[in-house]
Design a protein around this ligand. Structure first.
Ligand SMILES: CC(C)(COP(=O)(O)OP(=O)(O)OC[C@H]1O[C@@H](n2cnc3c(N)ncnc32)[C@H](O)[C@@H]1OP(=O)(O)O)[C@@H](O)C(=O)NCCC(=O)NCCS
Length: 185
């Protein structure tokens, strides 16, 4: 197992005029609970279900340690500097730190405006260019066309279906694997 390489938040912060990406903070606890209690988030991600305030507290408190241990970076997606509308994360593969897995979610009321696509585009390119990550990948449920569309529009290439790849909510599910590598940029 390679020794951990500490990570840090993007500096300057990532953004493109329409959205900004910044660390999650203590003041965002209620927003995180609301986003994570959405039925699609429960269905398509690995967040605890049911989702409690204690889950949000533990997650926010864990972020500095995750950075220090080089495990991953999670950023809140904001618009005009307001409260978070979603979240984008990169988790470094513990066995191969040239690989990172992306994950994202957007509050139901803010969907369909391109937030996830822009956030994924910004975060994945930062990972390749600034962190030296060779491959950013993500998996989307075969029945999650919105997430697959986000990946495609952010420049990821569809690689194929991984059958019975992972257990989510007690069921082995088929997932579509997408990747972005340095030569895609
Ligand atoms: C997936 C998710 C993050 C997308 O967030 P978003 O900010 O609405 O995404 P965007 O607006 O950037 O793009 C959504 C795209 O999916 C498309 N889309 C949405 N619902 C769709 C559907 N049922 N079928 C096909 N396409 C769909 C939209 O039209 C849009 O594509 P377009 O820009 O070409 O029109 C959001 O739906 C979500 O949080 N879902 C629950 C959690 C989740 O699934 N996370 C991903 C786990 S891999």
């Amino acid at each position: 197992m390679p020794a951990p390489v500490p990570l840090s938040y993007p500096d300057p912060p990532l953004g493109d005029g329409s959205i900004g990406l910044r660390p999650w903070g203590d003041a965002d606890l209620d927003v995180m609970v609301a986003i994570c209690r959405d039925p699609d988030v429960a269905r398509f991600t690995r967040v605890p279900d049911p989702y409690s305030e204690a889950d949000a507290r533990a997650w926010i408190d864990a972020q500095p340690g995750r950075l220090e241990a080089g495990e991953g970076v999670t950023l809140a997606i904001t618009s005009s500097g307001g409260a978070p509308l979603g979240s984008i994360g990169l988790r470094v593969d513990p066995g191969d730190r040239d690989i990172a897995e992306a994950g994202y979610m957007v509050a139901a009321a803010a969907r369909g405006r391109g937030l996830a696509t822009t956030a994924l585009r910004l975060a994945s390119r930062w990972a390749v260019r600034e962190l030296g990550i060779a491959r950013v990948h993500l998996t989307a449920h075969v029945d999650n066309p919105a997430s697959q569309r986000v990946a495609e529009r952010a420049g990821f290439r569809r690689e194929g279906v991984l059958r019975a790849w992972e257990e989510i909510r007690g069921e082995r599910v088929d997932l579509v694997m997408f990747s972005l590598v340095g030569s895609d940029l």
